[in-house]
Write a protein of this length. Sequence first.
Length: 121
Amino acid sequence: MKKIRLFLTVSLLALVVPFAASTLGAKEDKKERKQEKPSAKGSIRPEVKIKETELPALAKISFDEALKAAHAAAPGSVIKAELEVEDGNLQYSFEIVGTDKKVTEVEIDAGNGKVLAVDHD
């Protein structure tokens, strides 16, 4: 009788564990796909690898102009800001904490000041 129970328990685990793992994996894949969503095509798209110190010379708008555009898209306090090449675009990225205490990432085109993406975390 003990052997039968043990066999049934092991058999059930053999069925349940792969199903649970595949369900967990599907949730992770979905989460990863959402984060990989590409932003819009920017107006400045460097073709080659550029040093970080050379990025400001490529930008057509100032940091202050980009900051104003980011605040218009997501009011709040900036906790992080950078000029970077992401998804092939030269852009300013801002992480802004709103009054709801949630972080919003705003990407601003460094060429024309347009909002490329707004991501609410």
